[in-house]
Design a protein around this ligand. Structure first.
Ligand SMILES: C[C@](O)(CO)[C@H](O)COP(=O)(O)OP(=O)(O)OC[C@H]1O[C@@H](n2ccc(N)nc2=O)[C@H](O)[C@@H]1O
Ligand SMILES: Nc1ncnc2c1ncn2[C@@H]1O[C@H](COP(=O)(O)OP(=O)(O)OP(=O)(O)O)[C@@H](O)[C@H]1O
Length: 281
């Protein structure tokens, strides 16, 4: 049995620098992983069936990105391998949805990486990243597995090594549609271009934050409360906010002030827990 984490990501900043003809936006963002997330286990089967066991997510199996990823990889791997053993894939869901933490994308990436490993690596890591992009713009970073300055739609990476503070992540009681937010007319789409060396000195932001705070006043209120304790920002297209702390104790202490909301404390990671765990197998 193979057990692999599907960690959350944060966007430490998120700028839009242009729009493509197909409507997708060109971004500049920094991705960092957290040591907190979902879990997938893979138990090989005697036949070629891929079965998803998911008691937590509330998503129909056919719509689950885990199944979409498994089927997509199967089609590609089948071109190179005559026999592919099936698997029972169990998903343990911890990450909230519509949160900006990339939970569904991370599950999809872990399914790609896990099944590719079970099938003796018919695809390279770079091929898996390309395949992941068909499932969602956030999937490639989870396959990639290292914190990165990302460009394009979020699939072109320059690896970086950054501080690994503790984050208190809090989910306001709203769920946000990424597609709807990307269409919002008030979104800033002309951020100045940064490069890998300059972003840490630059005045960065998450362009979704003012739009989300306007649409959902409870997010603005929560941000103001968190800001009393620590620097705070929105991740992805929201709705989660993350506050940055130097110690686990400090983050855990502030977490107690937000007991009415879903929250967790986690440490930033430069190497993804997924890739770290896989190298131990
Ligand atoms: C906001 C982020 O989470 C930041 O990491 C991602 O950009 C979103 O990634 P994701 O949820 O995997 O997004 P996808 O499932 O590929 O796309 C959802 C919708 O968001 C819009 N979209 C997404 C990514 C992007 N660079 N430009 C876009 O305009 C598209 O309209 C798309 O239909
Ligand atoms: N395994 C899964 N886990 C979570 N969502 C899934 C999954 N499979 C399909 N989905 C669908 O994908 C949508 C986006 O999920 P996800 O958790 O990646 O979004 P998110 O937290 O808003 O992250 P981001 O905006 O950063 O991509 C959900 O609304 C859900 O309907």
């Amino acid at each position: 049995m193979l057990e692999l984490p599907a960690p959350a990501k944060l966007n430490l900043f998120l700028h839009i620098v242009g729009r493509r003809d197909d409507g997708y936006h060109n971004l500049q963002t920094v991705f960092q992983f957290l040591d907190y997330g979902d879990q997938l286990s893979f138990k090989p089967r005697d036949d070629e069936q891929l079965i998803l066991v998911d008691k937590d997510s509330g998503i129909a199996n056919a719509d689950n990105l885990v199944m979409k990823a498994a089927k997509l990889l199967y089609q590609q791997a089948k071109k190179r391998c005559a026999h592919l053993p099936g698997a029972d894939i169990t998903l343990t869901k911890r990450l909230p949805q519509g949160a900006g933490l990339g939970g569904g994308s991370s599950d999809a990436a872990t399914a790609l990486v896990g099944l590719n490993y079970l099938w003796n690596q018919p695809l390279t890591q770079s091929e898996l990243e390309h395949l992941g992009l068909q499932l969602g713009a956030d999937v490639p970073i989870f396959v990639h597995g290292h914190s990165a300055f990302a460009e394009g739609v979020g699939e072109r990476f320059t690896d970086i090594t950054i501080d690994t503070p503790y984050y208190l992540v809090v989910k306001p009681k709203v769920s946000i549609s990424t597609a709807a937010l990307f269409r919002h007319p008030a979104l800033q789409r002309d951020c100045p271009l940064l490069n890998t060396d300059s972003w840490q000195q630059a005045d960065t932001c998450n362009v979704f934050e003012p739009v989300v705070c306007d649409l959902y006043p409870e997010v603005a209120k929560l941000r103001d409360r968190l800001l009393q304790y620590a620097p705070t920002r929105l991740t992805g297209s929201g709705a989660c906010l993350f506050a940055r702390f130097d110690s686990l104790d400090a983050a855990a202490q502030v977490q107690r002030q937000f007991s009415e909301l879903q929250s967790f404390v986690a440490q930033g990671q430069n190497r993804s827990p997924l890739i770290r765990t896989l190298t131990q197998y």
